[in-house]
Write a protein that binds this ligand. Structure first.
Ligand code: NAD
Length: 292
């Protein structure tokens, strides 16, 4: 059993902390929300009053927070509380690469080991313990983080040095946003040309247009496997979160000089959809906007 601090018990972190407790770990949980703390208690975690209290005596500190600013603020609180080596810091939030590198360097300056370990998979995967983790950090840090992350996921992959976990996450989600828009467009064009959507799916899902967006997450209701499209685009991966990731990708492209016109176009389209008040719908619902 490992003593683990878990900070950020929202849609994702709540289920992840519960899975660590279920695996037999001693989980000290903290969130700013009293409701989130109540849910963590019901799931077998010990709710505490601050991030510093959660971290006291912990072998590892897992954070699952909205954005880079929150991670920096919580890490500053942990450093001020004199969290000491050999504590391992594992940040599972999706944040920008520059902040991920900066907090890892700040941790190293304190003699602490840190990894960025963002996830692929939504709330269902967080609750079910089937997330995919992409981990940035040293080989030694990865070896320490791996068994903890394995209790919350189906795959734990070492991406490279600090920041590469976030790089993999951002590049992957830029690809996902772009393929979803392209998949929606292809269905709409096929429809205008007189093809039945099921027939187009049957052909394209085994032809060269196939992608995860089509065969695992088909945006057309009643076609392919059960997806958010079959539930009025409720649940799944919210448009607002896809937009957040596309903006992180656009910023990273700007920082590095990478030319990503398809990613930029996807960001522009998701921005329009979110501005239209649809940020809470699953990201595959963008087919409605494209349909006009
Ligand atoms: P969320 O908003 O539901 O949860 C974030 C939690 O952090 C909230 O409960 C909030 O109260 C807490 N929090 C904020 N500041 C805090 C602080 N200083 N101290 C303690 N707690 C604090 O968000 P989420 O959907 O769980 O997402 C978390 C992260 O996971 C994000 O970075 C998101 O981009 C990423 N992510 C989400 C999904 C998804 O489907 N929801 C999928 C993959 C990755």
């Amino acid at each position: 059993m490992t003593r683990i601090a878990f900070i950020g018990l929202g849609n994702m972190g709540g289920g992840m902390a519960a899975n660590l407790a279920k695996a037999g770990h001693d989980v000290r949980a903290f969130d700013l929300s009293a409701e989130a703390l109540d849910r963590a208690k019901a799931a077998g975690c010990l709710p505490v009053a601050s991030a510093a209290e959660a971290a006291d005596g912990a072998e590892a500190i897992v954070t699952m927070l909205p954005a880079g600013t929150h991670v920096e603020a919580v890490y500053a609180e942990l450093f001020a509380a004199n969290v000491a080596p050999p504590t391992l810091l594992i940040d599972c939030s999706t944040i920008d690469v520059a902040t991920a590198k900066r907090v890892a360097e700040a941790a190293q300056a304190k003699g602490l080991t840190a990894v960025d370990a963002p996830v692929s998979g939504g709330i269902g995967a967080a609750n079910g313990g089937t997330l995919t983790f992409m981990v940035g950090g040293s080989a030694e840090a990865f070896a320490r983080a791996q068994p903890i992350l394995a209790a919350m996921g189906k795959a734990v992959i070492h991406a490279g040095a600090n920041g590469t976990g976030q790089a993999a996450k951002i590049a992957n989600n830029m690809l996902l946003g772009a393929t979803m828009v392209a998949t929606c467009e292809a269905f709409l064009l096929a429809e205008k040309l007189g093809l039945d959507p099921q027939t187009f799916y049957d052909i394209s899902s085994v032809a060269s247009g196939q992608s995860w967006s089509m065969t695992s997450y088909c945006p057309v209701p009643g076609v392919g496997p059960d997806t958010p499209a079959d539930h009025d685009y409720q649940g799944g991966f919210a448009t607002a979160l896809m937009l957040k990731d596309l903006k992180l990708a656009a910023a990273a492209a700007g920082d590095t000089g990478a030319d990503t016109p398809m990613g930029a176009k996807a960001a522009e389209l998701y921005q329009r959809f979110a501005d239209d008040g649809q940020g809470g719908l699953d990201f595959s619902a963008i087919i409605r906007m494209l349909r006009g």
